[in-house]
Design a protein around this ligand. Structure first.
Ligand SMILES: [Zn+2]
Ligand SMILES: [Zn+2]
Length: 69
């Protein structure tokens, strides 16, 4: 199997894209919030990481009172 990012045969160290599960060289993968993404999924991963952060912030905002009366 070839690495979908650089097109060369896969060799260790390789990692798995956390979105499409494709195996890519570790050097070809992009790391984002502790997860690896292939080139194709990196943009999607970045978007998802932002959504996750937003959801986390929203969850925190609901727990912490905004005003003290
Ligand atoms: Zn590669
Ligand atoms: Zn991928």
């Amino acid at each position: 199997m070839d690495c979908p990012v650089c097109g060369k045969p896969l060799a260790p160290p390789s990692v798995q894209c956390s979105l499409c599960k494709a195996e890519v060289h570790r050097d070809c993968a992009k790391k984002l919030t502790g997860r690896y993404y292939c080139k194709r999924c990196y943009r999607q991963g970045k978007k998802m990481a932002r959504y996750e952060r937003m959801a986390q912030r929203r969850a925190l905002g609901q727990h912490a009172p905004k005003k003290l009366w």
